[in-house]
Ligand binder design. Structure first.
Ligand code: ATP
Ligand code: MG
Length: 570
C-alpha cells in the first residue's frame, strides 16, 4: 500500500495548514471549528455512518461496537446532559475511569458542548486525583461506582467547586450531587447542535507525566484537530478501512490525541482494550482484530522483548502494516528487534503533552535510521539551538547537540499552563518554544534524542546524555533495561552511575557488573561509560511508564523523594 506521504522533503517544503483545514468540514455556515464535529458528526452524516468507530474489548474479551452514527447520538445525549446540569462553555469536565465506552462518549460530548475535557488515569490514588481536580477547577466528574467509593468520596469535602459527580454504572442517584449517568442519558435527547466554536476555544486540559517534577496542566484549543488529522494521515498513515490500536490510556495525552481523536477524525476503526498489558492478550488482539496500524510505547516494547514469544510463528499478524512508538527513546536495538519480529516498519516519533500531537517522526516512506526519532512533521519547524535568557542561537552544524526548539504556529501548540503564566512565558523566546529536551540533527535532517536538559550529566568536562549511555548498556546481551544518572563527585563534577535490570536467567554478580562496565567502556570510551553500576529488580517509573531518573537520583543521594511518592505512586 502506498503511504499517504510519499516524499517527505518535497511535501515539507510545500505544506501549509490551510490546505489541511480545507479537507475538514468546519461547522455548518462558517460557525468555526470543533473537534467533535470533525471526529464524529462529519462521518455520521456521510458514507461512514455505519462504520465502526470504536470497537471495545471488555476484560472478558467480549466486544461492544459503536458506529459513527451511534457515537453521534450518544455524544449528543451527553452534551444535553451537560446542558441540563448548567455546564457552560469553558467549564471543565473530568473523567476518572478505565477504558470504558463512557469515557469516549464523555470526551466527545464535552467537546460538543464547548466545555473543556480533562481525563485522569484510573490508577491514581486520592491525592493525585484531588490535586488535578482542584487545580483544574472541575465542575463535573464522571467516574465509576468502584472508583467513587475507593478514591473520590474521601476527597469530596475538599472540592467545593465540583458540582456534580456522575456515576457510569448505577441507575439511582446517591444524592443531589452524586447522580446516575445512565439515568441522565435516558432522559436526554440524542439531537444536539454544536454551538459556534472559534478555533481558539479551549478544548482539552492534559496533565504532563511528571517525569521531571510536579505535573503541569497544558491547555489545548479546538484548532488542535488539524494536527490530529494531519499526523493521523501522514504519520500513522491511515487509509480507509484501517483498524487502529493505540495502547496508551486516555489519561495521558497520547491516549486522547491518538486513542480518541486522530483515528476518528480520519474515519478509521479504533480498537479500545479495557485490560492492562498482557503479552499473549496483546498478540491475540493484533491477530483477531486484524490490526493494521499499532501505536505503542518503548516500555511495552521492552516488556515484549523480555518474553520468549515468537509472535510471527504463533500468531497470524499479516494485517499489521505499521508499528509506531512514542513516550521515551526507542533504542536502536528495540527498533531492530521490532523490525525482525513483526516484519513491518517501526516508526519512533517524538512529541510532548505541550505540543498536543506528533512533531518529529519517522515516516513510512523514509528510510528508518534506528535510534533516530526522524524528521519534523510538515507544518512544524524544529531546530537545534543554544538558548539564553533572552533569545536563541540556531546551531547549523550537523551533529552538534543543543536544545530542541519548535517554532510557534502549528495548531496544537498548548496555549497555557494551568494557573502558571510565568512558567508558560519562560518556555518561549520570541516565536520559539523551548521543549526542555536536548537533541542533535544529522546532515540528512534526522533528529536524534540526547536527553532531557535537566538530566544531562556533566562529567570530566563532557556533557553526557543518559540516553546514549542507556542505549549502549541495553546492547549488552544480559541487560534488559538501564537508567543512568549523574552523581555529584568532587573530582569530576558528576560521575555516571547506571542502574541495570537484567534479563531473566542472568545472575547479578560482580563479574557480570565488571563485564557490563567493560562493554560500555569499549563502546563509549572511559570518560562517558558508567563508573558505578547497581543491579535493580525494576526501574522506578511514572504511571505512564517513563523512567524516573530524578527518583533514582534522590534515592542515591539520600534526598527527600518530594511530592513524587504521593503523586505518581499514590
Ligand atoms: P513532565 O513534563 O511532567 O516532566 P514528561 O515530559 O515526561 O513529564 P510528557 O509530555 O508525557 O511528560 O512527555 C514528553 C517527553 O517524553 C518529551 O519531552 C521527551 O523527553 C520524552 N519523549 C517523548 N517521545 C520521545 C521519543 N520518541 N524519544 C525520546 N524521548 C521522547
Ligand atoms: Mg515534559
Amino acid at each position: 500500500m502506498m503511504p499517504n506521504l510519499q516524499d517527505h522533503d518535497t511535501f515539507y517544503r510545500t505544506f501549509n495548514w490551510q490546505k489541511e483545514r480545507d479537507k475538514l468540514a468546519g461547522l455548518p455556515n462558517g460557525k468555526g471549528l470543533n473537534i467533535a464535529f470533525e471526529a464524529v458528526e462529519r462521518h455520521a452524516g456521510g458514507p461512514l455512518n455505519d462504520t465502526v468507530a470504536l470497537r471495545w474489548l471488555r476484560k472478558d474479551k467480549s466486544v461492544e461496537e459503536v458506529t459513527y452514527s451511534d457515537l453521534q447520538k450518544r455524544t449528543s445525549q451527553f452534551a444535553n446532559v451537560l446542558e441540563h446540569l448548567g455546564v457552560a462553555k469553558g467549564n471543565t469536565v473530568f473523567s476518572f475511569a478505565g477504558r470504558i465506552p463512557e469515557l469516549y462518549i464523555v470526551a466527545l460530548g464535552t467537546l460538543k458542548k464547548t466545555a473543556v475535557f480533562c481525563p485522569l488515569f484510573s490508577v491514581f490514588g486520592p491525592e493525585p486525583v484531588w490535586q488535578r481536580l482542584s487545580r483544574g477547577n472541575a465542575k463535573v466528574l464522571v467516574t465509576t461506582t468502584a472508583l467513587f467509593n475507593k478514591t473520590v468520596q474521601q476527597i469530596l469535602d475538599r472540592l467545593p467547586s465540583l458540582q456534580y459527580i456522575l456515576l457510569t454504572d448505577t441507575e439511582t442517584n446517591l444524592s443531589e450531587r452524586v447522580l446516575s449517568l445512565p439515568g441522565l442519558m435516558k432522559n436526554a435527547s440524542d439531537q444536539f447542535t454544536i454551538p459556534p466554536t472559534d478555533p481558539e476555544t479551549p478544548a482539552l486540559l492534559h496533565f504532563t507525566s511528571g517525569t521531571t517534577g510536579m505535573p503541569k496542566g497544558a491547555l489545548h484549543v479546538h484548532q488542535a484537530i488539524l494536527t490530529h488529522y494531519a499526523t493521523g494521515k501522514y504519520v500513522l498513515d491511515f487509509h480507509p478501512g484501517d483498524i487502529f490500536w493505540c495502547t496508551a490510556d486516555p489519561g495521558w495525552v497520547t491516549g486522547t490525541s491518538y486513542g480518541i481523536i486522530a483515528p476518528l477524525v480520519n474515519g478509521v476503526t479504533n480498537i479500545v482494550d479495557e485490560e492492562e498489558f498482557d503479552a499473549a492478550r496483546w498478540y491475540s488482539i493484533l491477530e483477531k482484530q486484524k490490526v493494521n496500524v499499532w501505536y505503542t510505547a518503548p516500555t511495552a516494547i521492552r516488556r515484549l522483548m523480555r518474553m520468549d514469544i515468537r509472535p510471527r510463528e504463533q500468531y497470524d499478524l499479516k494485517n499489521l502494516r505499521l508499528m509506531l512508538s512514542v513516550g521515551e527513546p526507542l533504542h536502536a536495538d528495540a527498533v531492530v528487534w521490532c523490525q525482525k519480529t513483526f516484519e513491518v516498519p517501526v516508526l519512533d516519533n517524538w512529541w510532548q503533552t505541550e505540543t498536543g500531537g506528533i512533531m518529529i517522526a519517522n515516516f513510512a516512506s523514509l528510510p528508518v535510521k534506528p535510534g533516530s526519532m526522524g524528521k519534523p512533521l510538515p507544518g512544524v519547524e524544529a531546530t537545534i539551538a543554544e538558548v539564553s535568557e533572552t533569545g536563541i542561537q540556531i546551531i547549523t552544524e550537523a551533529g552538534k547537540q543543543g536544545n530542541l526548539v519548535l517554532k510557534k504556529g502549528f495548531p496544537s501548540m498548548f496555549r497555557a499552563y494551568l494557573n502558571d503564566e510565568e512558567r508558560y512565558n519562560k518556555c518561549f523566546r520570541g516565536d520559539w518554544y523551548i521543549t526542555g529536551d536536548l537533541a542533535k540533527k544529522d546532515a540528512d535532517g534526522y533528529f536524534w534524542f540526547v536527553g532531557r536538559a535537566d538530566d544531562i550529566i556533566k562529567t570530566s568536562g563532557h556533557m553526557v546524555g543518559p540516553f546514549e549511555v542507556e542505549s549502549t548498556l541495553t546492547q549488552h546481551p544480559a541487560v534488559a533495561e538501564a537508567a543512568v544518572i549523574g552523581k555529584p563527585d568532587p573530582n569530576i563534577g558528576e560521575l555516571v552511575k547506571a542502574f541495570v535490570v537484567l534479563k531473566n536467567g542472568n545472575a547479578a554478580n560482580d563479574d557480570l557488573k565488571l563485564d557490563i562496565i567493560a562493554f560500555a567502556r569499549k563502546k563509549m570510551g572511559p570518560a562517558v561509560a558508567p563508573k558505578e553500576l547497581s543491579f535493580v529488580e525494576n526501574l522506578p517509573k511514572t504511571k505512564s511508564g517513563k523512567i524516573l531518573r530524578r527518583l533514582l537520583k534522590a534515592r542515591e543521594l539520600g534526598l527527600p523523594e518530594g511530592d513524587l511518592s504521593t503523586l505518581e505512586q499514590g
